[in-house]
Design a protein around this ligand. Structure first.
Ligand SMILES: Cc1cc2nc3c(=O)[nH]c(=O)nc-3n(C[C@H](O)[C@H](O)[C@H](O)COP(=O)(O)OP(=O)(O)OC[C@H]3O[C@@H](n4cnc5c(N)ncnc54)[C@H](O)[C@@H]3O)c2cc1C
Length: 566
């Protein structure tokens, strides 16, 4: 949709087609946060940045297989994309002033504001039809407590500000008497739904069409140039001509098990992904049929996930950092700093599994105080609001296990009891002086971003001391894959010889990520997806063959129905 807005503003006729019966993809399920260094909103958070600092940082953290020119293009174009969208669409972002880069301690790293939080929007502004057509998360927290990314940070910091945010949110929820009387969900859209809603409404205002239930099936090539797509619409195959180009943004291949086992190095399953079910690699397949070069196919935006009894999958990001908990393998041993960035967590899980053969699944083990104070994602609220008796199904299904002693919990999970008790004793000692001598939990700004500041001296670190004890399984899941079509700094697909394929642009998780095998900060997936959509649309509008060139974008040869976009 970012590409569509840009193309439209650059004078092109634009059409967006979507395979599903709803729009938004994984982006609508996400935090909607974008990581854009040196963005124009940083000054409002009183944080300075520069292109050079951003490059120093990315150069230090991004894997070497990403061309450094492409990093520079991202640094240069990201802020322009944001300013362009804020000027030409309804998209608005606020800096997240306390969201640190994931490796802020490295040279060029910043303690906040490179990550930006979508400004809330409302269902009323979006309209009832477009609201109903947006992809909905499986979980229903947004129905009564939609929070921005920054509000979530405040709430899960457990300072006095948490109470202020909770009070304000509940107050405005109940103040919307009209919706409450009609028992409607929260009118307020936040996170990915705010971003997607704002983009979708912008399309409507600009008369840019978005066709649902219209899967692209193959690309149309003429004289070496991509001039359209064949898609299915209303049960018929149609050919859509595209004079200036086709931008593929069909997500990654998280839900394609054949490719997961072909490309991923360790055990990998679509049962563990938090990405939307439409991510089956369609765009990557279509481009590779045109001789496009694929790369980074073994990389993903890894995150630990929980598999709920009904098969739904939830990323487990906030809860793993909280004190009174630890993650262990079947030997009862910890294998990483649980608060480290989620991509690193899964890499640690894979590394330990390779060594021990017993970390998939891993076990998130916590005590009675943890259970009382903190939610387990969206799946289970804190015990003080949702007692165990109110979550009988989760306990009966074995999704969460509970025992009065750590030994009994270990037996129930098949974990070595001696190992678990030894690890727990060690953690208790670490908690007393606040230093995790084994893995350094709570030692970096990103570790403590979500943490309990009532716990001293280390807000991430406390022993498992209060019975009963609980455990859930954690899987090496993902937020999306990040291998795909290799592209240049204009978002053009490259062929196996490294040459641009004329008329074909690829972005988001359909392309090999500009972040390579790393995750520099919150928003490092959607930021580049939007930036290279913007860059691609600008390039396409400038490089488009003249409209009078009848040899390009001819739509009359095949297909039962014909449509045209430029
Ligand atoms: C819980 C969660 C939180 C996250 N939070 C963040 C965050 O805050 N910031 C961040 O940067 N990243 C975040 N991510 C990751 C991020 O959401 C994804 O990496 C990103 O949204 C992928 O964007 P995309 O455009 O590539 O794919 P998508 O958003 O999935 O869009 C692809 C679309 O293409 C459609 N499609 C597929 N095949 C076809 C076809 N053949 N024809 C037509 N349409 C097709 C799909 O149905 C889908 O709608 C999060 C992910 C999750 C699950």
């Amino acid at each position: 949709m970012t590409g569509a807005v840009t193309a439209h503003e650059s004078g092109l006729d634009t059409l967006v087609i979507e395979k599903a019966d709803c729009y938004g993809g994984t982006t609508a399920l996400s935090g909607g946060v974008i990581w854009v260094p040196n963005n124009h909103r940083m000054s409002s958070a009183a944080i300075n940045d520069s292109d050079e600092e951003a490059f120093t940082y990315l150069d230090a953290v991004v894997s070497e297989d990403v061309p450094r020119d492409k990093l520079r293009a991202y640094i240069n174009q990201g802020p322009q994309m944001l300013e362009f969208l804020e000027k030409h669409s309804l998209v608005q972002y606020d800096p997240a002033p306390e969201y640190p880069d994931y490796y802020s301690e490295k040279a060029g790293g910043k303690l906040g504001a490179r990550s930006l939080d979508p400004k809330p929007y409302t269902q009323r502004q979006l309209g009832s039809v477009l609201s109903a057509q947006m992809r909905m998360p499986d979980y229903d927290y947004h129905k009564n407590f939609s929070m921005t990314a920054d509000e979530a940070h405040q709430v899960f910091s457990f300072t006095w500000r948490s109470h202020v945010v909770i009070f304000k949110r509940l107050f405005s929820f109940w103040l919307d008497v009209r919706s409450r009387l009609k028992r409607l969900p929260d009118n307020r859209l936040t996170l990915g739904r705010a971003l997607v809603g704002r983009l979708r409404k912008s399309l409507e205002q600009k008369d840019i069409l978005l066709w649902l239930n219209c899967p692209a099936q193959e690309l149309v090539v003429e004289n070496g140039r991509i001039v359209g797509v064949v898609a299915e619409k209303d049960g018929k195959s149609i050919r859509i001509g595209a004079r200036a180009g086709v931008l593929l943004a069909t997500g990654g291949f998280s839900n394609n098990d054949e490719w997961r086992s072909k490309y991923h190095k360790g055990e990998s399953s679509s049962d563990w992904t938090a990405a939307n079910e439409g991510d089956t690699g369609d765009g990557i397949r279509m481009a590779s049929q045109m001789n496009a070069k694929l790369g980074m196919m073994d990389y993903a935006w890894w995150t630990p996930t929980m598999r709920l009894p009904d098969g739904k999958v939830e990323a487990f990001i906030v809860g793993k950092t909280m004190p009174g908990s630890m993650v262990v393998n079947k030997r009862g041993e910890r294998f990483c700093n649980e608060a480290e960035p989620y991509e690193d967590f899964v890499k640690s899980q894979y590394a330990d599994h390779e060594k021990t053969g017993c970390s998939i699944p891993a076990y998130f083990v916590f005590d009675g105080r943890y259970r009382k104070e903190y939610p387990l994602g969206i799946a289970l609220g804190p015990g003080k609001f949702v007692p165990d008796t109110a979550a009988k199904d989760l306990f009966d299904s074995g999704w969460i296990r509970k025992a009065d002693t750590l030994e009994a919990l270990a037996e129930a999970c098949g974990i070595d009891p001696k190992g678990l008790c030894e690890t727990a004793s060690k953690l208790e000692e670490f908690g007393k002086d606040g230093v995790d001598a084994d893995f350094g939990k709570g030692s970096t700004p990103i570790d403590v971003y979500y943490s309990d500041h009532r716990i001293k001296p280390n807000p991430c670190l406390w022993g498992l001391v209060k019975p009963p004890f609980y455990a859930i399984e954690l899987w090496p899941g993902d937020l999306g894959t990040k291998g795909g079509v290799m592209t240049d700094e204009y978002g053009r697909a490259l062929d196996v010889a490294g040459q641009p394929i004329e008329g074909l642009y690829v972005t988001g998780n359909s392309s090999a990520s500009v972040m390579g095998n790393s995750y520099p900060g919150a928003g490092a997936t959607i930021g580049p997806a939007m930036t290279f959509s913007y860059v691609a649309a600008l390039h396409a509008s400038q490089a488009a063959p003249a409209a009078s060139d009848s040899s390009v974008g001819d739509t009359t040869e095949s297909g039962e129905e014909i449509a045209n976009a430029s």
